[in-house]
Design a binder for this molecule. Structure first.
Ligand SMILES: Cc1cc2nc3c(=O)[nH]c(=O)nc-3n(C[C@H](O)[C@H](O)[C@H](O)COP(=O)(O)OP(=O)(O)OC[C@H]3O[C@@H](n4cnc5c(N)ncnc54)[C@H](O)[C@@H]3O)c2cc1C
Length: 489
């Protein structure tokens, strides 16, 4: 069967799910879910829709459960445990490394478990269900002058559960940290059905309720990897791929933080309390123009020295894609150059922010600079970056181009050299690419058209002034059927 549809909120899929007659095991799975009165679907259309996320991968699941409560999640896990079916949690499915697809049962949190349960403006926290969309949370808290700090380009669709699943960052993680820097309390269920709560006591020490055996086992496990855990992890802000094993070290054991970025492979999140940050009243954008993306990347650490809340780079190929798709008027006037850094400065005092912007613009490392003080004009510029990453997923020729080189984590000081070598590599293979770079997220994406031409790529740098928090002790168990490496986005 060929099916065009929409999975999660915005992922278009064209997938063939063979109309094979259900096996006895399929029937057993469906009837077990129905006995528990779960919203379970295994028709070919649903399986086709959920076979895709924003990645190049296609894996039809056996079926999809859309839980209404944590009890539904527990019942789903119990059935899957009994029948030995792998589980994949899913928010909006906007991850780009096949994170939200799998061959067993997909649990879609976006359908019903999508509420903001409480907001505490004094404590600056929000209690949310995992399927709440980032932009919905933002709308609920903005009247109190607050926001959830990390904001991926997909903020209009992506869910807080998905952000916790892959430790999302987004443009403003320079100012507000990664998702892991913004979680307070987590509730999750393990594959074995144990409920675990993580949080902090009044002195700020991590606490874990439930999962004693798991906590103990994790401590034992890490005792064999202490040197690696202490020296190889968390060396720079955007080193978030793989399990965050540094949080399992005895000197700072924090199970909650170790869960963030584990892609649903250690447990299924059913509720989260997240930190909110105050929005600084004054904010402006400095757009810097460079000869190419390598120069822009080389200058990024210099721009970061001005304490921006965001520092994002993009080259003319991304801009060209937008102009081609949306018309010449779609891109506002940019400083001279073939690549740009967009540097957002924010603060309490307008004069101080403006002064910082003027100094940055006068630094002389860019060939041209523009200070954009008007929020409407700067929003239009940010749209280039937000839309560019998505639009560059289609070749300028109009042919589909699939991402293939994603989220390379690069320390900011090495960014220019990385981008130069990446360009060489792409050229050696007779391919073309379009890149975006973010000082908070290191990413690069290449896509192949149906023939052999790579058409799109986004590349980025890494750096985050993400603040690190507390430490202590905790642990977890693998959800059966764990998929790809954790941390890939
Ligand atoms: C064009 C484009 C731009 C992007 N820009 C950015 C960016 O700027 N910064 C950035 O960080 N990312 C970016 N991304 C990647 C992605 O959009 C974000 O990481 C987003 O936050 C993922 O949220 P989601 O709800 O779609 O999660 P999903 O893709 O649905 O899931 C993400 C992971 O979390 C797990 N998960 C979901 N729900 C749960 C749960 N309840 N319990 C346990 N695990 C769970 C999933 O299994 C999966 O491993 C971009 C993607 C695209 C396509």
């Amino acid at each position: 069967m060929t099916w065009w549809g929409r999975a999660g909120h915005d992922v278009e899929v064209l997938t063939v799910v063979p109309a094979i007659a259900p096996t006895d095991r399929d029937r057993e799975l469906a009837s077990a879910f129905r006995r528990h009165d779960l919203d379970f679907r295994d028709d070919p259309g649903t399986r086709a829709m959920y076979s895709s996320d924003a990645s190049i991968y296609r894996i039809p699941p056996r079926g999809v459960v859309r839980p209404r409560s944590a009890d539904d999640v527990a019942a789903t896990l119990a059935v899957c445990r009994e029948l030995e079916v792998p589980v994949t949690s899913r928010g909006a499915g906007t991850s780009i490394a096949g994170n939200a697809i799998g061959p067993g049962v997909v649990i879609d949190f976006s359908r019903y478990m999508n509420q903001v349960l409480a907001v505490d403006p004094q404590a600056r926290t929000a209690l949310v269900q995992p399927g709440v969309v980032h932009a919905v949370l933002q709308r609920e808290v903005e009247a109190a002058g607050l926001r959830f700090g990390p904001d991926p380009s997909t903020h209009t669709r992506c869910t807080i559960g998905g952000m916790i699943g892959n430790n999302s960052c987004g443009a403003r993680s320079l100012g507000y940290g990664r998702t892991s820097d913004n979680v307070r309390e987590l509730e999750f269920l393990t594959a074995a059905g144990e409920q675990i709560r993580t949080g902090y006591d009044e002195a700020g020490r991590p606490v874990v309720t439930g999962g004693d055996r798991i906590v103990e086992r994790l401590g034992e496990l890490m005792s064999g990897f202490l040197a690696v855990g202490r020296t190889e992890f968390d060396r720079f802000g955007r080193q978030v791929s793989g399990y965050a094993a540094q949080h399992l070290l005895p000197e700072r054991f924090d199970l909650g933080l170790a869960m963030v970025g584990s892609e649903g492979t250690l447990g299924v999140l059913t509720q989260a309390s997240v930190a909110l940050v105050r929005t600084p009243p004054h904010r402006l954008l400095v757009a810097l123009g460079f000869a190419d993306i390598v120069e822009a990347g080389t200058a990024a650490p210099l721009a970061v020295a001005y304490s921006p809340t965001a520092c994002e780079g993009l080259d003319s190929r991304v801009v060209d894609v937008i102009r081609e798709r949306r018309g010449p008027g779609s891109v506002p006037e940019l400083p001279d150059g073939r690549a740009w850094l967009f540097v957002e400065l924010a603060g309490e005092d307008r004069d101080e922010v403006l002064d910082r912007a003027r100094k940055l613009a006068a630094e002389g490392f860019a060939q041209d600079a523009r200070i954009v003080d008007d929020p409407v004009a700067s929003a239009r510029l940010w749209r280039i970056r937000e839309d560019g990453a998505g639009l560059a997923g289609t070749a300028p020729s109009g042919k589909p181009a699939w991402a293939g080189w994603e989220d390379a984590a690069v320390p900011p000081a090495s960014l220019g050299a990385y981008l130069a070598e990446f360009d060489e590599l792409v050229t050696q293979h007779g391919l073309t690419s379009a890149r975006t770079a973010t000082s908070a997220k290191a990413a690069s994406t290449c896509g192949w058209t149906s023939r052999s031409t790579v058409r799109t790529a986004t590349a980025g740098s890494a750096s985050s002034s993400a603040t690190r928090r507390r430490s202590s002790r905790g642990s977890a168990a693998p959800v059966r059927g764990a998929r790809r490496r954790p941390g890939a986005q």
